[in-house]
Design a protein. Sequence first.
Length: 137
Amino acid sequence: MSQDIFDQLCFYTMNHSDPRFIHQHAVDAYAVQMADEMTKPIAVVFGLAGLYLYLEKGFTGRQVQRTHMQMAQRRKTWPRLALPLNRGAITIADVIQHKPGVALDHAIHDWCVSVWEAYRVSHDEIATLLKAVVNIA
């Protein structure tokens, strides 16, 4: 069910004309919110790094993508981060209820904030990792 909803959201974000490329933010929020014990560490680390860069550093989705590529080139193993029980009060099902356009764009942003805050215990680790791997302070 959530995969179908994610596919709907991806259709919207991939066809969005905004050069900030909000698709990347939706991908990152979904990856870390849906993560479980079987999820590869790289998916959680990259998702949280993307949310950090977006919400704390003001990166666009394109800038996050470029940083993910740099991270992948510079390091091959990633730590297994703790998965909180609650991964955000806002879910993709809540997001997709909004009308396409400004309302949906804002909902995606609010979803990212909700997921990022749920992983509060990992904030310092993500910041430290990004400084070490790609020199982003």
